[in-house]
Structure formats: structure tokens, C-alpha cells
Ligand binder design. Structure first.
Ligand code: PMT
Length: 415
């Protein structure tokens, strides 16, 4: 995906993550993009206009009113900026600016050019702030509204925050943002093989009831599945996300169905078996469930207690069993290091077109964390080892591999 000749408007707000933006500008320029920068007044407390204009090779815009003494200054630049841009990226997006965008205010260049952006151009919003601020009801309400109204809201990652706390709020690294911009622009160009395809993704954990107040589950946060949904929607796919209980925002343009148990996830997924083009099993599905969930609360009576389990349906294998030649079945296989063989077995047993062998190490890859180490194995047993990547980047790589499968399958059927 190339950014050559594309016009990227970059809005910077006053947050500490603004220190990453000069690097982002360099990356975008290296990829051939034209970059113009608009800043809020507060942004200039964190990063200088001189740095931004030197790297973008364009004057930085801040004031909505032009310089009255400059003959060159443009009276209508709040409109021309919006007309010029192929994509508008706001990073970092602060709670204040998010509220202004939601309310439709336009008292500075950043918010005015947001309103004047031409219809159907990608708008990517990267909120970055303290974790408590991010999860506050007003910020969540505003982000929800933005995501319902044409913006791709990319949730911040977890890690060390400027407040000294550790939690959700970190803006993704410039490399990740650059890749997302490229994917968004490409999907807008309608040249993605996923454009118009129907994609079903399972995500998160399932809960299997023991009684009315207890359940058995796992540590899946849903981040990997939601990253795939974000990336697929940005490439123009129609995404249905069947999610177990997680604390994540619905990605823009994604149809989300919340479920709890494996049986429910299976029921919802099955409704889309016939109509979907691609089925991706990113959920950590419980293989077994208690044979009978007790009603009420089991009382504490004995020193030990046994629960007997029965096997759950395999949602992904169920899809593969009935799939037509044009449909693709994609799965994950979470294994401790060195168990590639198990992943290959799953590829064969579940008749998958692609499996992502997910190396579980408890620290950088697997449940809850923001990164994964994946090895992609396709149905021709072609193996692609990926380095440690953010889940968003890993999702992009998986979608690239899926697009290649679509192209090669098409070639074979054309021959
Ligand atoms: O959610 P996160 O915190 O981001 O963590 C990501 C993840 C670890 C959950 C995810 O990336 C991942 O690896 N998911 C698959 C976990 C796994 O090992 O699943 P499995 O080996 O039990 O199953 C293999 C495949 O079959 C998976 O695609 C799974 O979704 C699917 N499956 C399994 C059992 C079942 N009953 N139904 C299924 O569809």
C-alpha cells in the first residue's frame, strides 16, 4: 500500500504523545505523502512549529484567521485544507478536542478543517490521555459518537503513561499509525481485495456457567479480534464481530454482536455461515463447558467438589465443514513456543486456509498484551514468520496474507 502523492492532513492536539508526531511526519514523507500539519494552541506546548514545518516542508496552520499583513495568506484556508486532504489524522486526540469535534465546534483550524473535510475521506482519530480520563463516561460517549459518524477511532494501547501510572492511554507508535493511514487510504481507493467482502470475526473469551453467579473463562481481552475488525473495516470490508465479554469500543463501521457462552457465539456465527466470504476465529473459545449449570448459587458444603464437563461445538471447524470454495476459513492456534506442529495440525484438522500460530509467552504475546508474535501458515504450508508486532500491525499482516490468498485462489479459478 503506497502513500505516494497522497495528501495527509495531520491534526495535533496538546498531549504528551505529540512528541511522536515528528517521527510520523518523516515516515509519511519517506513514503511519498504530502503532509500538512494543523495544531491546536496547546499542541505547541509539546512540539514546536519549527520542527513540524521543517519536517513537513509546509507552514504549520494554527490560527483560523489569516495574517492580515501577509499578501500570501489565504482567507479561506479552513476550507481549502479540508478540500485538499485525502485523509485527516488527529493524533494525539485529547479529550477536549474530541468533545469539540463531537459537538461540531470549529473555533480553531483543527476543528474547522475537520468539518470541511470532503465526504467519504478517511478520518482517523488516535485518542491518547490518562487511562482514567480515557474511560470517563464523557470521553467514551464522544468517541462512540465519532465512531458512529464516519471516524475510525483507534483505541490507545496499554503501558506506562506520562502520569507515572500504567494503564490504557498510550498512543500507538508512529510506524503503526503510518501503516493504518496507508491501509485507510488504500481502502478508500477501493483497491483492497477485501473491499466489499463480508468478514465474520469471533473475538474475546467465552464464559461457561457453573451456576447463576460463577463461570469458567480465560484471559482473552478481545484486542486481537478487534484489531482485525478495525483493519478489515478500514479496507472496506463489511465486518461482523461476534464478541465474548470484553471492555473494548466497537471499531468504526463494524457490526458487533455481544455473546457470552460458546453456544451463543456458535449460534450467532452460524447465522452468517452462508453469506460471509471470510470467517476468522480469533476468539479464545472454551473447549468444554460444565455438563449442567446449577441454578442459584452452589453452597459450600464439602472439602472438594467435582464438575463434569462436556465438549463444546467447534465454531471454526463448523464453518469449514460447510464452506463453499470461494469462502476462506482463518484460525489462530495459541501454543507455547516450539509447537508449530500443533498449529499445522489445527490447519489440517479444521480445514483452514490460513492459521496464525500465536506463540504464547505470557509477556509479549498472547492474552491481554498489546503485542503478538505470529507465524502465518497457509493451506499450501507456506510459512511466514512475523516479528514481535503490535496487535494492530499483526492484524494488517494477516489481512495482507488473506488478500494474497484471495488473489491466488482467483488466479487458480481463472486458469
Ligand atoms: O484477545 P486477546 O487478549 O488479544 O488474545 C488474543 C488471543 C490469544 C485470544 C488470540 O489471538 C488467539 O490466539 N486465539 C485463539 C486461541 C486458541 O488457541 O484457540 P484454540 O487453539 O483453542 O483454537 C484454534 C482455533 O479454533 C481458534 O481460531 C479458535 O477461535 C477456534 N475455536 C476453538 C475452539 C472452539 N470450540 N471453537 C473455535 O472456533
Amino acid at each position: 500500500m503506497s502513500l505516494k502523492g497522497k495528501n495527509i492532513l495531520l491534526g495535533i492536539c496538546g498531549g504528551i504523545a505529540a512528541y511522536k508526531i515528528p517521527l510520523l511526519i518523516r515516515l509519511l514523507k519517506t513514503q511519498g505523502a504530502n503532509v500538512r500539519v494543523v495544531v491546536t494552541k496547546a499542541a505547541t506546548m509539546f512540539v514546536t512549529e519549527l520542527t513540524l514545518s521543517t519536517l513537513s516542508q509546509e507552514p504549520v496552520c494554527k490560527d483560523i484567521f489569516p495574517d492580515l499583513f501577509s499578501a500570501k495568506d489565504d482567507w479561506t484556508r479552513h476550507i481549502t485544507m479540508g478540500e485538499w486532504a485525502d485523509a485527516y489524522v488527529i493524533a494525539p486526540a485529547t479529550a477536549n478536542t474530541i468533545a469539540k469535534l463531537t459537538a461540531g465546534m470549529c473555533d480553531d483550524m483543527l476543528s474547522a478543517s475537520f468539518i470541511t473535510l470532503r465526504p467519504n475521506k478517511p478520518k482517523l482519530i488516535f485518542p491518547a490521555m490518562d487511562g482514567e480520563m480515557f474511560s470517563s463516561p464523557s470521553v467514551q460517549r464522544n468517541l462512540f459518537w465519532l465512531s458512529q459518524n464516519g471516524c475510525t477511532v483507534v483505541n490507545p494501547e496499554s503501558g506506562d503513561l506520562a502520569s507515572g501510572q500504567c494503564g490504557t492511554g498510550r498512543m500507538p507508535e508512529p510506524e503503526t499509525i503510518a501503516k493504518m493511514i496507508a491501509a485507510a487510504v488504500a481502502s478508500n481507493q477501493q483497491d483492497s481485495k477485501l473491499h466489499g467482502k463480508s468478514v465474520v470475526i469471533t473475538a474475546g473469551p467465552t464464559r461457561e456457567k457453573i451456576d447463576d453467579v460463577r463461570f469458567i473463562s480465560n484471559y482473552s481481552s478481545g484486542k486481537m479480534g478487534f484489531a482485525l475488525a478495525t483493519a478489515a473495516a478500514a479496507r472496506g470490508a463489511q465486518v461482523t464481530l461476534v464478541s465474548g465479554p470484553v471492555h473494548l469500543q466497537t471499531p468504526h463501521g463494524v457490526n458487533r454482536l455481544d455473546v457470552e457462552s460458546t453456544a451463543e457465539m456458535n449460534r450467532e456465527a452460524k447465522k452468517h455461515h452462508a453469506s460471509c466470504d471470510i470467517f476468522i476465529g480469533a476468539a479464545a473459545v472454551a473447549d468444554y463447558r460444565p455438563a449442567k449449570a446449577a441454578s442459584g448459587k452452589i453452597r459450600k458444603k464439602h472439602e472438594t467438589m467435582g464438575i463434569s464437563f462436556v465438549k463444546n461445538p467447534d465454531i471454526l471447524a463448523g464453518f469449514s465443514k460447510q464452506k463453499k470454495p470461494h469462502q476462506l476459513a482463518i484460525g489462530f492456534s495459541l501454543e507455547t513456543a516450539g509447537n508449530l506442529r500443533n498449529a499445522k495440525e489445527k490447519l489440517e484438522q479444521k480445514k483452514l486456509d490460513l492459521v496464525a500460530y500465536n506463540t504464547f509467552d505470557g509477556k509479549t504475546s498472547g492474552f491481554e498484551v498489546d503485542t503478538n508474535i505470529l507465524t502465518l501458515i497457509d493451506k499450501n504450508l507456506e510459512i511466514r514468520e512475523l516479528p514481535l508486532l503490535s496487535k494492530q500491525e499483526a492484524a494488517e499482516k494477516m489481512l495482507d496474507a488473506i488478500e494474497e490468498l484471495i488473489s491466488s485462489d482467483k488466479k487458480t479459478s481463472d486458469e
